[in-house]
Design a protein around this ligand. Structure first.
Ligand SMILES: Cc1cc2nc3c(=O)[nH]c(=O)nc-3n(C[C@H](O)[C@H](O)[C@H](O)COP(=O)(O)OP(=O)(O)OC[C@H]3O[C@@H](n4cnc5c(N)ncnc54)[C@H](O)[C@@H]3O)c2cc1C
Ligand code: SF4
Length: 541
């Protein structure tokens, strides 16, 4: 076997690829991880809103096209850890019902080929791995779990606690958002996380966010059987003459082309880039793109309908870490609207610098600085439904084309109304019902007026299912058409649900990892023994 042959190649180091690499590392199998980006440099600018939010310094400079051929600059990051380096680390399980068929105002959200119960043990593992802080039993839509969260919830700061109390008095059931930050509130002097105001959207300068680099890749590459190559852009996957096996992975690295091969190839480039990679890998056995006999690759793109809503109050909001409160009372509908509406939570605290570039409508008698001081900055998520015409394709010049027509919008409008009503009912001790001035919408992705560019929650483009005519992957996330090709990023989602996707991607990567371990002949006894040896070795070092 050549030196360039591995047992497993994993392409991409984000929530899917990073988690899988971590899980497979103790197997002693030869694993190659290929990542197009580099490490995010550790520098003070990591926490600078001007550099991060206004200059978009860490975003890819790549441009894509929308359906009209207009350029868009995607808000996405190519680096070790993928988009988890910049995520807000709100780590939710999908609801049990999200795995079944759900009727929405805009149509049907289809069932998954696996049930919530199939994924439950892996959700627990993922919550432990990513050190999720939360309180079970508060969220009224929370699915059943077999274990407590490994860490207690991150506490609300006073303004958020006041809002939580107000919401509860008006009959809502607000809860603590489960988050993956390494905060130890009982031992603040030892806590790795310092609870700062530059978390959501920023890379953590002190390595205290549970991202896929810190938690998974840094650990995986401690194993001598794991190799990580950064700045390694996978351009194509080539098959053998039967078309049933990926034979080589073609990589552009340091200006030259290299090829690698493996018994198993796992694609995890994020839902848009994974689809693009398969579509670019055409050959005579796969004329529409690799593993695309169904013509489903790239279709059913989903990204959630998201809004940032600033609620400007007379009371100031000096909160530092704002992403602690969630409301799911309208997730499945309400008395006056029987369809699912979605999820309400927070973005990180907005500041004047970010607002200046974002140019929201100004609240009467407020400057932007005052708005930033007084705003509660909500994040609203509603489910968008899988539409085969919402898709990733490759343009004639090789650029990614993202065609998307929003759907199920009534649900999102209703959710906004629900938040408005809830805010009107707040009753502060200083200003009574008059405390709250109004809600102001704002594009989160500053300097980029096209909302389509906000691809943070991308999924669905390489869906899994039982039927090879309507899905690309089988329930183990192996391509129906190719025997050694798997996909473990957000592409596999048949529906997008309305909570943040990363924990489900991580849990699924662990599930697929168990399947791969069996395929590669690694017994759980050997795996456990390897883990014990690894731990002993780590202690003796
Ligand atoms: C600002 C922001 C905030 C977010 N907040 C949250 C949150 O609070 N909670 C949550 O659940 N989700 C959140 N998300 C979304 C979350 O980060 C993603 O759902 C998750 O990272 C997706 O994982 P993935 O494995 O599908 O892809 P990614 O994490 O994007 O990883 C894909 C990797 O593949 C690499 N790659 C791409 N193409 C190639 C190629 N051809 N060759 C080699 N490598 C390649 C990329 O560089 C990247 O490292 C947020 C995202 C952003 C941007
Ligand atoms: S809040 Fe904690 S985890 Fe987030 S960036 Fe700040 S120190 Fe890092």
């Amino acid at each position: 076997m050549s030196d360039n042959h591995y047992d497993v190649i994993i392409i991409g180091t984000g929530a899917g690829g990073g988690t899988l690499a971590y899980h497979l590392a103790p197997s002693r199998k030869r694993i190659l991880i290929l990542e197009r980006g580099d490490y995010v440099p550790r520098e003070k600018a990591n926490w600078d809103p001007q550099v991060v939010n206004v200059d978009a310094h860490y975003n890819t400079k790549e441009s894509w096209l929308d359906k009209d051929g207009k350029e868009l600059h995607p808000h996405t990051n190519y680096c070790v850890g993928g988009n988890t380096k910049f995520y807000g680390a709100a780590l939710f399980r999908l609801r049990k019902e999200d795995f079944g068929e759900l009727r929405h105002h805009g149509g049907i959200s289809p069932a998954w080929p696996i049930s919530y119960d199939d994924l439950e043990p892996y959700y627990t593992q993922a919550e432990n791995l990513y050190q999720v802080h939360g309180n079970r039993g508060e969220d009224p839509t929370e699915p059943p779990a077999n274990a407590a969260y490994p860490w207690p919830a991150v506490s609300h700061e006073p303004r958020i606690q006041q809002l939580s109390d107000d919401f509860a008095r008006s009959g809502l059931r607000p809860f603590h958002v489960p988050v993956g930050v390494m905060l130890d509130e009982k031992n603040p002097h030892k806590s790795r996380c310092i609870r700062c105001n530059t978390c959501d959207g920023f890379a953590c300068l002190v390595g205290a966010k549970s991202d896929a680099q810190v938690v998974c890749i840094d650990e995986a590459i401690k194993h001598s059987n794991v190799t990580l190559l950064t700045n390694s852009l996978v351009k194509r996957l080539e098959t053998d003459s039967s078309g049933r096996e990926v034979k080589s992975v073609v990589v552009e690295r340091n200006g030259s082309v290299e090829t690698y091969s493996a018994d198993v190839v796992v694609v995890s480039c994020g839902a848009i880039n994974s689809a693009a990679l398969l579509l670019r890998s055409t050959n005579d056995k796969h004329p529409r793109g690799l593993a695309n006999s169904s013509d489903v690759v790239g279709r059913h793109y989903m990204g959630h309908t998201n809004s940032v809503m600033m609620a400007i109050s007379k009371c100031p909001n000096p909160t530092i870490f704002q992403k602690t409160l969630g409301v799911n009372d309208f997730y499945f509908g309400s008395k006056d609207f029987e369809y699912p509406m979605g999820h309400i939570s927070f973005v990180g605290k907005l500041d004047a610098i970010t607002l200046k570039a974002g140019a929201p409508a100004i609240a009467p008698n407020f400057t932007l600085e005052l708005m930033a001081k007084h705003s509660l900055d909500f994040w609203l998520t509603s489910e968008d439904l899988p539409d085969p015409n919402n898709r990733v394709t490759i343009g004639r010049d090789g650029k990614i084309v993202l065609t998307y027509t929003p759907n199920n919008l009534e649900a999102h409008e209703r959710l906004k109304d629900k938040l408005k009503q809830a805010m009107k009912q707040t009753n502060c001790t200083m200003h009574g019902h008059e405390c709250h001035q109004g809600l102001f919408g704002r594009h989160l992705y500053v300097g980029q007026q096209i909302p389509l560019a906000g691809v943070a929650h991308q999924d669905g483009t390489i869906r899994f299912g039982h039927d090879p005519k309507t899905s690309v992957l089988d329930p183990d996330c192996k391509a129906h058409d190719v025997d050694n090709l798997y996909v473990v990023d957000g592409s596999f989602f048949p529906s997008s649900a309305a909570v943040n996707p990363a924990l489900t991607i991580m849990a699924n990567a662990l599930r697929v990892g168990d399947h791969l371990m069996k395929r590669l002949g690694v017994s759980s006894k050997d795996y456990e023994q390897n883990l014990r040896q690894d731990r002993e070795l780590a202690v003796s070092r």
